[in-house]
Design a protein around this ligand. Structure first.
Ligand SMILES: [Fe+2]
Length: 161
């Protein structure tokens, strides 16, 4: 379903762009919740650094969630962000609720961040093919930001080894 808009992007392209954005939004919501899972439950010698880092990841991803959803509605689309929809549609690795140590949370969360980063990079190309420089720019911003968060989280793995 598309809402009417005077934006100068064809309906056909908007439908395709909204689909690309929805796939990104779905995984971003999952990643935000996974980051909070890590933030709340991590324990161990690096507790405070990881507790704060995981909350930083959650906050940055939450910002992306809002920008992605609002690009969808700008294009006349509907942004599906309910937990039920996300649980059904996400392709991120499932986050174990059994994890405790910093090493295990870093390993799990960096895997999900990297998987999300891969999807975003693929979707940059799709937005470019559809000729929407604004969606491409938004996804590029998300990609650059998420790669940086991957660096921050992965640096902890290397520090511990
Ligand atoms: Fe908190």
């Amino acid at each position: 379903m598309l809402h009417p808009t005077k934006i100068d992007i064809s309906e056909e392209k908007r439908i395709a762009l909204i689909s690309v954005l929805q796939g990104t939004l779905t995984e971003a919501i999952d990643l935000k919740l996974q980051s909070k899972q890590a933030h709340w439950n991590v324990r161990g010698p690096h507790f405070i650094a990881l507790h704060e880092l995981f909350d930083q990841v959650a906050g940055i991803v939450e910002g992306f969630v809002d920008e992605l959803a609002e690009r969808m509605t700008t294009l006349g689309g509907v942004a599906n962000g309910t937990i039920g929809y996300v649980a059904e549609q996400t392709n991120l690795p499932a986050y174990s609720v059994e994890l405790v140590s910093g090493k295990d949370h870093v390993e799990a969360l960096s895997g999900s961040i990297a998987a999300f980063g891969k999807l975003v990079r693929e979707n940059i190309d799709k937005a470019a093919e559809l000729g929407d420089a604004d969606t491409e720019d938004l996804l590029t911003e998300v990609s650059r930001g998420i790669d940086q968060q991957l660096w921050f989280v992965e640096a902890h793995i290397h520090a511990e080894s």
